[in-house]
Design a protein around this ligand. Structure first.
Ligand code: ATP
Length: 237
């Protein structure tokens, strides 16, 4: 079943248009990878989907028309965005950051149970609850950012460059956890990632974005097999 439908999305900054009519669909509970060179507009696409910047075109999630909605409405509709650079509140503790993630939830929602759920995905966070977020390692901060996003019980998780600045071992662990979250919660995931190997390793489908346009779409297998992708993003052939 299709969950996210994006049609003819255009967006930019001031007079500079960055996205030129992006259309894609993501199935419910699927992981979709967005690949592409620096400056292609990958971050801009996620910003448009979470309402951080204005966009034209249409966006529906689970059949609900979300076109032009404000970021808080989109958050309430189930979109959680983990931005590049993570967006955690450094002076606040790990626990405070996690609890903030539940702010879009209805009153009386079972926040304590959700904290426990997040600790099962990220056991290290449980041992750091009273520590300032700013004192965490890069990998732990990325885990916190994803954990915070999960506190809103998102239907759609947008991840921007989760591997940025992390050691390969930490990155692999992080992707394994994202895959577990997707499998257990059936959360639909759109992940922007420079590390195409890793992204294609967990995604069912992928799109290549170049200068604001999707130039190639297919299953992860198809994208991996593409000669051009192999040369540009996978570093072989
Ligand atoms: P990268 O992998 O380098 O992060 P990207 O594919 O995510 O690249 P974007 O960050 O979406 O690309 O940037 C696309 C274009 O939009 C670039 O030309 C960039 O300079 C421009 N841009 C990004 N953010 C802003 C901003 N806040 N104001 C103005 N221009 C911006």
């Amino acid at each position: 079943m299709t969950d996210l439908v994006v049609e003819e999305l255009t967006a930019g900054y001031g007079d500079a248009r960055v996205l030129h009519g992006v259309s894609l669909t993501v199935g419910q509970g699927e992981i979709c990878a967005i690949l592409g060179p620096n400056g292609a507009g990958k971050t801009t696409l996620l910003r448009a989907l979470s309402g951080m910047i204005r966009a034209r075109g249409t966006v529906t999630l689970g059949g609900a028309d979300l076109t032009g909605r404000s970021p808080d409405t989109l958050a309430r509709q189930g979109i959680a965005h983990v931005p590049e650079g993570r967006g955690t509140f450094m002076p606040l503790t790990v626990e405070e950051n996690l609890r903030l993630g539940a702010y879009v939830r209805r009153r009386g929602a079972d926040v304590e149970a959700d904290l426990d759920r997040i600790h099962t995905y990220f056991p290290v966070l449980k041992t750091r609850l009273k520590q300032a977020a700013g004192s965490l390692s890069g990998g732990e901060q990325q885990m916190l950012a994803i954990g915070r996003a999960l506190m809103s019980r998102p239907r759609l998780l947008l991840l921007d460059e989760p591997s940025l600045g992390l050691a390969p071992l930490v990155t692999r662990e992080l992707f394994r956890i994202v895959q577990a979250i997707n499998a257990e919660e059936r959360t639909t995931v759109v992940v922007v990632e420079q590390n195409a190997h890793l992204a294609l390793g967990i995604a069912q489908q992928a799109h290549v974005l170049e200068t604001g346009r999707i130039v190639l779409s297919g299953t992860a297998e198809e994208i991996r097999a593409d000669e051009q992708v192999a040369q540009s993003y996978l570093g072989y052939r």
